[in-house]
Design a protein around this ligand. Structure first.
Ligand code: AMP
Length: 204
């Protein structure tokens, strides 16, 4: 798949990795290159919190602590969004699924919409680097006068990392068993990671 304008089957990708692995950055690059829709459940939930919707009210305190929001709530938000026509051309899932029940739900949702998953791309990064990146992200935002994410602090980060290892990392084995797992070195610089993902996309 080289050109977004060439007609192609929808490509559905998951970006998998701990907080700070670069999922959001790579999702945005992929979105531009392949005209895919980026669905970040974190962004959707932050929007719901900002808008004060019932889902947002339920999620706010959980997110601030760094815990995971319930599967039912996240899956419901995602289902509504996937029903929109722009998702028919393919989606990059950023921050979803984060639990095994969410992975099962995604498979069913994609099937409901006549689609299938192409690959789960794991961005591999060491913990020490993650902590530095996230703390750096908060400091940069602060210095630039931008809002700092309420969960970008050392305390919430510890919880987010624990949540990742307890609940999300089993997905690596899950997608490996389904022959969908592709690994990328998330420590390389952004352009290099992008090229590695491009190479994986070639046969898609
Ligand atoms: P993110 O922007 O992906 O780092 O997500 C920020 C926060 O939103 C997470 O720490 C969770 O509290 C919540 N969240 C985002 N996506 C999910 C998900 N798929 N399942 C449960 N909670 C989620």
């Amino acid at each position: 798949m080289k050109d977004a304008n060439v007609s192609r089957h929808p490509v559905n990708l998951i970006l998998l990795g701990p907080p700070g692995a670069g999922k959001g950055t790579q999702a945005k690059l992929l979105m531009d290159r392949f005209s895919l829709v980026q669905l970040s459940t974190g962004d959707m939930l932050r929007a719901a919190v900002a808008a004060g919707t019932p889902a947002g009210l339920e999620a706010k305190a959980v997110m601030e602590r760094g815990d995971l929001v319930s599967d039912a709530l996240v899956v419901a938000i995602l289902r509504d969004r996937m029903a929109e026509p722009d998702c028919a051309g393919g989606v990059i899932f950023d921050g979803f699924p984060r639990t095994l029940p969410q992975a099962d739900a995604l498979e069913k949702l994609l099937a409901e919409f006549g689609q299938a998953l192409d690959a789960a791309i794991e961005l591999e990064v060491e913990d020490e680097v993650l902590v530095k990146r996230i703390v750096g992200r908060a400091e940069e935002a602060k210095a630039a006068g931008q809002p700092v994410r309420s969960d970008d602090n050392a305390e919430s980060l510890k919880v987010r990392l624990m949540e990742y290892y307890k609940k999300t990392s089993p997905l690596i084995g899950y997608y490996y068993a389904k022959n969908k797992l592709r690994k990328v070195d998330g420590l390389a610089e952004i352009g290099r990671v992008k090229s590695e993902i491009d190479a994986l996309m070639e046969p898609a």
